[in-house]
Design a protein around this ligand. Structure first.
Ligand code: TYM
Length: 334
């Protein structure tokens, strides 16, 4: 089989992360690890979704820095820019243009039903229209690239399903245009919970001390965050979903140690919560070290990062622009 045919038969993967707040181990295990693992056998496109970040207020200088930081973290986590496309969403205007078009084919009721919009707008005096419309931009991201699979954490599954529904609706009117994407959610780590409160998802924009372990945290910060993690008053260490604090810690341990659940339960059979927390901190510190080393090395050489993003945008543009032209032709624009 020729190289080209082999490439065509590969599944196209698209995913993205917002350059807002601080990336945490939930983002790492929920998505980044999956992306890296799939890059040999899939055709991957990874986006830094800066236009999604401005759906809530951002400081311009900080946002600019966060976009570079996230690009650095993608590469440091192991995404090989020669095998995968890494680019910044706002560098390709086709995303916003298609988002506008898709808006016009999306009933507003579909947007109002989104759990994330309901959560993020709850108790707020005023939210931007962008926050409500955010899933149309996400649908444009995905549909522009004829995406087969979208690896995401649990909280983004509903948005990928909406993208699929929008694609189906458009295809019903204009004939086959968009591929129908599928969300791929990891079996373990799709919803890492806050260390301070295991009833809420670990979040990039929750800056409370002890809530999260961030990818660039020092060993001392990681030890302190796990040491104060909320558990319960029981003693036996086992995977039990009715004990959410302990379950969350064990799930993180499972991912970072690579051990099976029975192996973990027998390892900690005679140990207490503080010993678990200490061992967990060490396994996470060791797991993040290669990423942190590579990140600091990369940030010392900003020219390389700029080059990666410029090349990524060029490759992404070559896929996105013909798709947008096809859509505009179909609906009678231009
Ligand atoms: P964002 O930036 O909020 O989160 C990035 C990814 O991390 C996952 N995630 C988690 N996984 C496990 N445990 C957690 N506690 C946790 N918190 C976050 C998210 O599910 C997500 O996969 N709208 C998206 C970004 C986006 C996108 C796209 C994704 C824009 N366009 C197109 C896929 C395809 C978002 O805000 O993710």
């Amino acid at each position: 089989m020729s190289f080209d045919r082999l490439k065509i038969s590969k599944k196209r993967v698209f995913s993205g992360i917002q350059p807002s707040g601080n990336l945490h181990i939930g983002n790492f295990v929920g998505v980044l690890k999956q992306w890296v693992a799939s890059q040999e056998e899939k055709d991957n496109i990874f986006c830094i979704v800066d236009l999604h970040a401005i759906t809530v207020p951002q400081d311009p200088k900080e946002l600019k820095g966060k976009i570079r930081e996230l690009a650095g973290l993608y590469v440091a986590a192991g995404i090989d820019f020669q095998k995968s496309i890494i680019f910044v969403q706002s560098h390709i205007p086709a995303h916003t243009e298609l988002a506008w078009i898709l808006n016009c084919y999306t009933p507003i009721g579909w947007m109002l039903k989104m759990t994330q919009f309901k959560e993020k707008s709850e108790n707020k005096e005023s939210v931007s229209t962008g926050l409500l419309d955010y899933p149309a931009l996400m649908a444009a991201d995905i549909l522009l690239y004829d995406t087969d699979e979208v690896p995401v954490g649990e909280d983004q599954k509903q948005h990928v399903e909406l993208a699929r529904n929008i694609a189906q609706r458009f295809n019903n009117i204009y004939g086959p245009t968009f591929k129908l994407p599928e969300a791929v959610v990891p079996k373990v780590g799709a919803r890492i919970m806050g260390l301070d409160d295991p009833t809420v998802k670990m979040s990039k924009s929750n800056f409370k001390l002890g809530h999260a372990v961030h990818l660039l945290d020092s060993p001392e910060q990681i030890r302190a965050a796990f040491a104060r993690a909320t558990t319960d008053s029981l003693t036996e260490i086992r995977f039990d979903q009715s004990r959410p604090g302990l379950y969350n810690l064990l799930e993180i341990y499972e991912i970072f140690s690579g051990l099976t659940r029975p192996e973990i339960e027998s390892k900690f059979a005679d140990k207490n919560y503080s010993q678990l927390k200490e061992e967990l901190a060490e396994v996470v510190i060791a797991g993040l070290k290669p990423l942190q080393d590579k990140y600091h090395q990369l940030m010392g050489d900003p020219g390389t990062l700029e080059k990666i993003l410029a090349e990524g945008a060029e490759k992404a543009r070559q896929i996105a622009e013909p798709k947008l032209r096809e859509v505009k032709n179909k609906i009678g624009l231009g």
